[in-house]
Design a protein around this ligand. Sequence first.
Ligand SMILES: [Zn+2]
Length: 495
Amino acid sequence: MRRTNTFELRAFSQRERCLLLELLDASAACYNEVNYERRQAFFDVRENAEQRVPVSELRTAVEGATTQEKYRQRYKQVLSSSTPQQLVQKNWSTWKSFFKLLSKYRDPENETVTDKPSPPGYWKDGEQRVLHTVIRNDQYTLELGDRSRVEIPVGMELKEAYGLGHHERLRLEVRGKPHWTGKQGRLEIVYDRDAESFTAHQSVGDEKHPPHCRQSTTSSFPTTLATSSRGEGTVAAVDIGANNLAAVTTSTGQQLLFHGRPLFERFHEYTRRIAHQQSELPEEQWSSPRIRELYRRRDAQRDHAQDALVRHLGEWLANHDVDELIVGKLGDVCASHWSATVNEKTHLFWAHGRFRRRLDEVLGDEYGITVREESEAGTSSKCPTCESTEVHRNGDLLHCLDCGTESHSDLAASVNFLREQADEQHLNLPTQGPMARPVASRENTTEDGHHDYDQTVVPRLEWDDHGWRQPDHSTKEDPTNQSTTPGNLPSGSQV
Ligand SMILES: [Zn+2]
């Protein structure tokens, strides 16, 4: 399990600041040269072939385009011996992701990648290089305390130019308190030209050495402190649906719901317009620039909301100390949530394969949360309180005929899924009380007579074009926070 610490770095003097800028600039130059060689190899192979070149062949050509040793020799005097190798590896990881996408894009069976992926670009912003470097995990020292410091390696040429001793490293001041502590991974440093500041991203922990939350009175995530005392091993299960994109329950009894209907209605509106445009096309013509543009906009809107959902979920899970998320298998999800007639429509909308990929990428790579796939068959037709299967389902509402509990059906499914898949000893779910009852929304109350939940128990988020927020939260819960002017986040966004 891995987490990322992000903090600001400052140089102690103007001279050291210049040194750092030069180090970052040379790193970006190194990265871009590597990338140039690889792009050349890629385009050479592609353009000199008579037929379409298989992805594996393109990959071999790009991988063999250059060597780490070449760049180590070329840059070690400036960057030190280890950093060029890190940059070559960093570049290769972007190529690997690109080839994965390309394979999916070319695979007619796979709908998750519909836009043709582009080969990795340069570390450039307009005409300027993006100042960025990557330091190997064993090559820097981070000391935290009242005066936090980091020391990074510098090549001999830069040491001489800036007056550092031969065995000295560059010392920088660390601003802010990193949340995570544990086995240190690599350190990336990026310079923001607008803010004129250096930001460091430190990866912490790995499979065998999970990171710990640093106890801190100045933590910007108070919820982390509230739950970290429950110990490690918090697990969550997510139920993925069409009306409710994701319903999540953690083993400590926390819940969250991402409501998808308004988003789906907008998606559907695009689909309707596309169908209309298609009906106007002349014989033998299947598409038009207008239609392609509608498709593009429809999918971009969905992808944007989906990416934001995954990120919001990752943040929320991390704040609740979750290190494993259980998700339903793709086939199960389709079978349990979609009837044949709406299957294609909702499948396209939800782009489940893409969602799963983003979950793995963002939760796995950025939050170090393991994503585990299990069968969720049967979880949506059981009472979350007494586990009776004598239930009646009506839209979002699940009514238990045995104990009388009324619960939200997707949240109930996530509770049941979690019960089935997590170790009993780790579960700390409330046995009584209002589990699986979301905050009411006005839309829901008009749906049918049953949906008049009045308990504000589970945050229920909706997409507002910018983020996932609780639409009626500020007025219902907190009369002092009624302002929803842009830039002033409603309190629902805090969950
Ligand atoms: Zn029951």
